[in-house]
Structure formats: C-alpha cells, structure tokens
Design a protein around this ligand. Structure first.
Ligand SMILES: NC(=O)c1ccc[n+]([C@@H]2O[C@H](COP(=O)([O-])OP(=O)(O)OC[C@H]3O[C@@H](n4cnc5c(N)ncnc54)[C@H](OP(=O)(O)O)[C@@H]3O)[C@@H](O)[C@H]2O)c1
Length: 248
C-alpha cells in the first residue's frame, strides 16, 4: 500500500489557515509539492516556511476563489511551473449564517460563489491537464451540514449538499480517464470558522458527538492524504465524514 504522495503536485485552496493549512502540512509531509492558495499572502508564506522548515516543498499563490480569472490563473501558473496537477483540494469556504427570513441575497450569492461555483471552475480548469495525464485526484471539502441541514445555514448547507451531487456527477464522467473525485465532510473542527460559536452552543453540539471531542485540522488531513495517494486508487464518488461519529 502506498500512502505517500511523493512527487505529486497538489493545489490546496484556503491553505492560509485552519483545515486547509493542516491539509497542506500533511500533504507536504507525505511528499507532495503543495501549491498553497488563498487571499492572504503573508499567512500563505508562513505556511510555506513551516513546510520548508520541516523539509517539505511548497509555494504560495494568491487566489480569490470567488473570481473565475483568479482560479484559472492559479491552475495555469501551476501547470506552467510543474507541467502537471495531480491533486486538487477544494477547501476554501465561508459562512454567512442567518435564518432564512433574514438572509440577504448577498448572503446567499457569496456563499454559493465561494463554496460551490468556485469548485465548478477549478475542477473544469484542472480537467485538461488531468485528462492528458490520465490521472488525478480531486478532493472537495464539504460539511456534515450538507448531509443533515442546519438552522441558520440554508445557504451554506445548499452549497455543501450541491458539492456532493457535483462531485458524484463528475466522478462518473471522468472515472474511465483515471481521475477520481471524492468529498470529505468534516464535523465540528476547531478553526477560525467555529471560534465565534458561543460556549453553550459548543457544549450542546459536543454532546451529540459520540467520540466526545471537537476535531482538529489534522483529523481531516489524514483522510485527504489517503484520498490523494495511490492507496485510494479504487475509491471515487464517495462522501466520507470525519466528524467523531456525529452523523452515522
Ligand atoms: N471548521 C469546521 O468545523 C468545518 C466543518 C465542516 C466543513 N468545513 C469546511 O472546511 C473548509 C475550511 O474551513 P476552516 O474551518 O478551515 O475555515 P477558516 O478557518 O475560516 O479558513 C477558511 C480558508 O478559506 C480561505 N478563503 C475564504 N474565502 C476565500 C476566497 N474567496 N478565496 C480564496 N480563499 C478563501 C481562507 O483564506 P484567506 O482568508 O487567506 O483567503 C482560509 O484559508 C471550508 O470549506 C469549510 O466550509 C469546516
């Protein structure tokens, strides 16, 4: 079994912090050259420096995934530099939580653009090099909320559920070309995204997690490394939760 990613070129969006940072560190540790992409260059450079200090390979690339031009430039630059893209991790995401009756059109549009339309654009962009290579692994970071729904997150849950249907459809389209598409659905992970949650709500949520703790970016990264590696060569179109057993 080869759980390594040696020599693979991997793009990780939202790699400046949180889950994406954890994924970038783990892929680099597994031997991949990681293109760390997000909007905050200083934070990206800190992640790249951390990878380099550990003996890994990485580069920073500023991207705004709500812009088609910006995503296409990221993929073009990666192919120009390395001649290929082996792994694409679509991790960048935002929340604009509010109850449906208060949800503004911008709350809906921003979340759909950043969390779902971006994945359509980046997946299309990597298709040409991956089809040429006849190999590739696309890993989309969804959410358990896309499976269960959540009051106050109709926009976010719609985007994350949409990601699953999108991924299964593309997985069917490109399986015969050696390209795999899977979704990882995290539960409650300690990052900036969840930091603002009131303590009482956090405790109530924790009571529903059989493993009895919140998750860490490293918990998600383990599955992503597996899906990026050749050990998962027979796995496509799947949605796998890493959530302490919250949704089963
Ligand atoms: N934390 C959880 O409990 C949890 C649970 C389920 C699913 N998820 C999903 O996991 C993913 C990562 O979440 P997280 O908790 O790590 O969130 P986070 O700490 O808020 O980090 C979000 C990341 O996305 C990037 N990003 C946001 N908007 C972007 C844009 N327009 N263009 C490029 N990059 C952008 C941010 O970088 P910049 O600000 O530097 O651009 C940052 O690196 C998201 O898709 C989220 O929905 C998280």
């Amino acid at each position: 079994m080869n759980l390594r990613a040696d020599g693979k070129i991997a793009i990780v969006t939202g790699a400046s912090r949180g889950i994406g940072r954890g994924i970038a560190l783990a892929l680099a540790e597994a031997g991949a050259h990681v293109v760390c992409a997000a909007r905050d260059l200083a934070k990206l450079e800190a992640v790249v420096a951390e990878i380099a200090a550990a003996g890994g390979k990485a580069a920073a690339h500023v991207v705004d995934v709500s812009s088609r031009e910006s995503i296409e430039a990221l993929v073009t630059a990666t192919v120009a530099a390395h001649g290929r893209v082996d792994v694409l991790v679509n991790n960048a995401g935002i929340t604009r939580d509010t109850l449906l009756l208060r949800m503004k059109p911008a709350d809906w549009d921003d979340v759909i653009a950043t969390n779902l339309t971006s994945v359509f654009i980046s997946t299309q962009a990597v298709m040409k090099p991956m089809l040429k290579q006849r190999a590739g692994s696309i890993i989309n970071i969804g959410s358990v909320v896309g499976l269960t729904g959540n009051a106050g997150q109709a926009n976010y849950a719609a985007a994350k559920a949409g990601l699953i249907g999108f991924s299964k459809s593309v997985a069917r389209e490109v399986a015969s070309r050696g390209i795999r598409v899977n979704v990882v659905t995290p539960g409650f992970i300690e990052t900036d995204m969840t930091a603002a949650m009131p303590e009482a709500a956090k405790q109530a949520m924790l009571a529903t997690v059989p493993l009895g703790r919140t998750g860490t970016p490293a918990d998600i990264a383990g599955l992503v490394v597996y899906l990026a590696s050749d050990a998962s060569a027979y796995v496509t179109g799947q949605t796998v939760s890493v959530d302490g057993g919250f949704h089963m």
